[in-house]
Ligand binder design. Structure first.
Ligand code: NAD
Length: 331
C-alpha cells in the first residue's frame, strides 16, 4: 500500500520507516503540510498520513475525494483540525493514535511549571556568561500549592499524579471524573471553583466548540490573582488576546504554553531568519513571565515509536478491509 505522508520531518521518516519494516507499506514523504494548495498531491494515494497542523477542512476534503483518498491516518491523538462530518459525508475514514505516551505531555507540562517557577532558562544563560547572581530567579515551593487540572483524561491523570508527588493539593474539572484521580485525593469541583482556588491551572481537555476560548476574559477574571496557567493541550483553549490582557494586569502571574491558537504558520519550522508577521505572538514572547515551547510535548523517543507503530497498525487494518480500531467517528 502506498501512503502519502504530509508535513514530513526527518524524525517522522525515521520512525515511520522503522515501524513499516517487513510490511507492504511504501511511504511517500511530502514535506509541505496538507492545505488546499497541496491537496492534489494526495490524489494517487488511497491513504494519507497527517499531523496536528495539516488543514483538513471541507475544501481540502473535497479535493481529496476528487482523488483516490479513502483514509486519513492521523499520526497524533487530537483531530480538531479535521472536518469530521464532511469526511463522513464524502466516505473518507479518519483514524488516529488515541494514546501514545501520555507521560510525554504530562511531564512536559510539569517541566513548564518548574521552568517558569525556578527560571531554569534564565539560570542556564546566566551561568554560561559567568553571572552567578540570584536576583530575579526567586521561585516558590510547589509543595502545598493548589493545582487545578482541567480535563482528567489520559494526560490529565498522569499530570495529576506527578503534581501529587510534589505534595500539591489537587482540584479538577471534567465532565467525567476519573476514579484514579479521586483515589489520590483529587477533588472535583465546578470550573469556577477550580479557577478561583488554583495557584496553577493546567489544561488537558480537547479543543471542541464547547472548550474554545475556555480561558477568556471571563475565566481570567475568576482566577486567583497571580495564578500560573499551563497549556499543553490545544492553543484554541486560550483566547490569546485575553491572556495578554491578564498578563498586563497581573491577574495571570505566568503563562507556559506548548500550543498556540495560530501556531499552524509558525511551529515545526525554523523561522529564525524570518520576520514574524503574527503581532499577537510577537507580543506574547516579550513577557518575562511567559514561556513558549513549539508543540514539543509529544516529542519523546517513546512517543514517536508508539505513534509510528499504531499508525502502521491503522493502515494495515484499512488495507485488510477490517474495522478500524482507532477510527474517529462523527459523534
Ligand atoms: P483524553 O481524551 O484522554 O482526555 C480528555 C479529557 O477531557 C476527558 O477526560 C474528557 O472528559 C475531558 N473533557 C472533554 N470536554 C471537556 C470540557 N468541556 N471540560 C472539561 N473536560 C473536558 O485526551 P488526552 O490523551 O488526555 O489528551 C488531552 C489533550 O492533549 C488532547 O485533546 C490534545 O489536544 C492534547 N495533546 C497535546 C500534545 C502535545 O504535544 N502538546 C500531545 C498529545 C495530546
Amino acid at each position: 500500500m502506498e501512503v502519502a505522508v504530509f508535513g514530513t520531518k526527518s524524525y517522522d521518516r525515521q520512525f515511520l520507516e522503522d515501524a513499516a519494516e517487513g510490511t507492504d507499506i511504501a511511504w511517500h514523504f511530502i514535506e509541505p503540510r496538507l492545505t488546499e494548495t497541496t491537496a492534489p498531491l494526495a490524489s494517487p494515494y488511497e491513504a494519507i498520513c497527517c499531523f496536528v497542523n495539516d488543514t483538513i477542512s471541507a475544501g481540502v476534503l473535497q479535493k481529496l475525494a476528487e482523488g483516490k483518498t479513502k483514509l486519513i491516518a492521523m499520526r497524533c491523538a487530537g483531530y480538531n483540525n479535521v472536518d469530521l462530518p464532511k469526511a463522513h459525508e464524502l466516505g473518507i475514514q479518519v483514524a488516529r493514535v488515541p494514546a501514545y505516551s501520555p507521560h510525554a505531555v504530562a511531564e512536559h507540562a510539569a517541566g513548564l511549571i518548574l521552568t517558569l517557577n525556578r527560571k531554569y532558562h534564565k539560570a542556564y544563560n546566566r551561568v554560561r556568561e559567568g553571572d552567578f547572581s540570584l536576583g530575579g530567579l526567586l521561585g516558590f515551593d510547589l509543595h502545598g500549592k493548589t493545582v487545578g487540572v482541567i480535563g482528567t483524561g489520559k494526560i490529565g491523570q498522569i499530570f495529576a499524579r506527578i503534581m501529587h508527588g510534589f505534595g500539591c493539593k489537587l482540584l479538577a474539572y471534567d465532565l467525567h471524573p476519573a476514579e484514579d484521580c479521586q483515589k489520590i485525593g483529587v477533588e472535583y469541583l465546578p470550573l469556577d471553583e477550580v479557577l478561583a482556588q488554583s495557584d496553577i491551572l493546567s489544561l488537558h481537555c480537547p479543543l471542541l466548540p464547547a472548550t474554545k476560548h475556555l480561558i477568556g476574559d471571563e475565566a481570567i477574571g475568576k482566577l486567583k490573582p497571580g495564578a500560573m496557567i499551563i497549556n499543553t493541550s490545544r492553543g484554541g483553549l486560550i483566547d490569546t488576546m485575553a491572556a495578554i490582557g491578564g498578563l498586563k494586569s497581573g491577574q495571570i502571574g505566568s503563562l507556559g504554553i506548548d500550543v498556540y491558537e495560530e501556531e499552524a504558520d509558525l511551529f515545526f519550522e525554523d523561522k529564525s531568519e524570518t520576520v514574524i508577521q503574527d503581532d499577537v505572538f510577537a507580543r506574547l514572547v516579550t513577557f518575562p513571565n511567559v514561556l513558549v515551547t513549539g508543540h514539543q510535548g509529544f516529542f519523546t523517543h517513546n512517543a514517536l515509536e508508539a505513534i509510528a507503530q499504531v499508525t502502521v497498525q491503522n493502515l494495515k487494518e484499512f488495507a485488510a478491509g477490517e474495522d478500524l480500531t482507532n477510527e474517529v467517528k462523527v459523534s
